[in-house]
Design a protein around this ligand. Structure first.
Ligand code: PGA
Length: 249
């Protein structure tokens, strides 16, 4: 039995890692960027996938290996209808898991906010001004990146979207297991906003991501799998464990 490491159709660099090493391997990629761009702009994802990366980079900072405090951070998305101070908001996540442990000052932390298209356009202008150097993304088990759910257009920019039921189910654990408590809408960077980053790193762990990752890297480039648009970007690195890469043992 068993199968080879997933071979992407396009020029995507895949770094397989042991499950408990995904964060460290991904952090080393991010640390290289930070060393070359200490005042750089890092696009940051929320959710479970990059948490170990953020903790690992905080350790590198504590060891004096990398200086993160002059970075600027720009988040991918935010729920609509949650107070930014709510501990379940992505603003809170970015503070708790990234900005605070990395020593990044408030004025250099950008998270989408608001519920109108004007608010979304304002965030898109922030992104255009900042120009993300390295964008960190996870992948949804339905193939989303950011909250660009299946059907998202490759030319999409920051906008208000309705979350898929599956996305709300996946995020219910952060809301006491109650899917009805998960907001129904979010503001997300669009596919085009994400692809405007100079380089992108995708982090994935676990078998629940295997089908989405396979479709994203090996399948057709299609709105049905928004992450498949990563195949059109010239500089994408994937750090994933064997379960996410679909390696059978
Ligand atoms: P997760 O979410 O990291 O919490 O699995 C990833 C995503 O939905 O993009």
């Amino acid at each position: 039995m068993g199968s080879a490491v997933l071979e992407p159709t396009h020029a995507v660099r895949v770094l397989p890692a042991r499950t408990d090493d995904v964060g460290r391997v991904a952090a080393s990629v991010v640390a290289s960027f930070v060393r070359e761009n200490p005042h750089g702009v890092l696009g940051v994802a929320t959710g479970g996938s990059p948490m170990a990366l953020y903790a690992s980079l905080a350790e590198l900072r504590a060891e004096g290996v990398v200086a993160t405090d002059q970075l600027t951070l720009a988040a991918l998305d935010e729920y609509v209808g949650l107070d930014p101070a709510d501990p379940r908001s992505y603003r809170s996540y970015v503070w708790q898991h990234i900005a605070e442990p990395w020593g990044v000052a408030a004025e250099r932390v950008h998270v989408p906010a608001g519920s109108s298209e004007d608010d979304a356009d304002e965030y898109e202008r922030v992104l255009a001004r900042l120009r993300v150097g390295l964008q960190i993304v996870g992948i949804g088990r339905n193939g989303h990146i950011g909250f660009n759910e299946p059907g998202s257009n490759p030319t999409s920019r920051t906008r208000i979207v309705t979350l898929d039921d599956d996305t709300r189910r996946a995020n219910a654990p952060y809301f006491g297991g109650d899917v009805h408590a998960v907001p129904t809408r979010a503001m997300t960077q669009g596919i085009a906003s994400i692809l405007a980053a100079e380089s992108i790193i995708l982090v994935a762990q676990g078998a629940a991501k295997a089908e989405a990752l396979r479709a994203a890297l090996q399948g057709p480039v299609t709105s049905a799998v928004p992450a498949s648009f990563l195949q059109t970007h010239p500089d994408v690195t994937v750090v994933a464990d064997s379960a996410a890469l679909g390696i059978l043992s």
